[in-house]
Design a protein around this ligand. Structure first.
Ligand SMILES: Nc1ncnc2c1ncn2[C@@H]1O[C@H](COP(=O)(O)OP(=O)(O)OP(=O)(O)O)[C@@H](O)[C@H]1O
Ligand SMILES: [Mg+2]
Length: 248
């Protein structure tokens, strides 16, 4: 059974159909890429998967069960985490404090032992994401790349994380930090079996991470396959400006 199944999903904003009858599924353990020209509906799709937007039509199933009626925090408690295209952090809190928020919000026990365990886990995840040396800084003092890393590290705080949704994790980020993020994704996938859905315009990163890539155009899925397969699909070439080869 796929970990995530999207059935005929649509989202309409007034007159605009942002996502149009979108269906796809992801197997557990995959690192799936989701690409498509600007404005084709990728972020809107992520927002529906994470529970931020209510679809106009369709269903989203996680481990076979509809999660459509579940609010974001319940989806997180069930192991779905996401990062935002524009990092959403508590800018006046420290990096360390930002790390504690989702775990505290999704748990009912808040004993001193539990907090201590969380702090230990937080410092482990910050080290993993190469942020341990900035844990005392305010989130607003971080660079763009460090903010993205903090979103990822914060996601790793979620107990039982299974599905990590990432919206443009490489956009505007220097090569060294991109490598750190890619290494982190590969390691989380290999060592912890975490499934990823990664929206990205960065073809070299998508090529390195994703065996299967899904391509959206004007709210619909137009192709799915390996980078080579999608790059040779005339519909994909047509969807990108000027018919340039999407993978070049
Ligand atoms: N909250 C909203 N209200 C109205 N229209 C919206 C809203 N969010 C997105 N849209 C519109 O829906 C369409 C799809 O937008 P979306 O942000 O999902 O695209 P995208 O594929 O993520 O683009 P990009 O690659 O630029 O990030 C666009 O036309 C956008 O203007
Ligand atoms: Mg977007």
């Amino acid at each position: 059974m796929p970990i995530l199944q999207v059935d005929n999903l649509s989202k309409q904003f007034d007159g605009l159909v942002a996502v149009n009858d979108l269906s796809f599924s992801i197997e557990s353990g995959e690192i799936r890429g989701l690409i498509g020209p600007n404005g084709c509906g990728k972020t809107t799709t992520m927002n529906m998967l994470a529970g931020l937007y209510r679809p106009t039509h369709g269903d989203v199933r996680y481990h076979g069960k509809s999660i459509l009626k579940l609010p974001t925090h319940t989806r997180t408690a069930q192991g779905i985490m996401r990062t935002f295209q524009i990092p959403k952090l508590f800018s006046e809190m420290t990096v360390g404090e930002n790390m504690m928020v989702p775990a505290l919000a999704t748990s009912t026990v808040k004993t001193p032992e539990f907090i201590e365990k969380l702090e230990h886990k937080s410092s482990e995840k910050l080290t993993f994401c190469k942020l341990d040396h900035v844990s005392h800084l305010l989130a607003k003092q971080l660079s763009g790349g460090q903010r993205m890393l903090l979103q990822i590290a914060r996601g790793l705080m979620v107990e039982g994380l299974e599905l990590f949704l990432m919206d443009e994790p490489f956009a505007g980020i220097n090569q060294v930090t991109k490598e750190t993020i890619m290494d982190a994704i590969l390691e989380m996938n290999k060592d912890h079996g975490i499934t990823f859905l990664i929206v990205s315009h960065e073809m070299p990163s998508v090529r390195r991470l994703c065996q299967t890539v899904s391509v959206m155009h004007e709210g619909s899925m137009i192709s799915e396959g390996s980078i080579e397969e999608i790059a040779n699909n005339p519909l994909v070439i047509e969807a990108y400006l000027g018919g340039q080869n999407a993978a070049s």
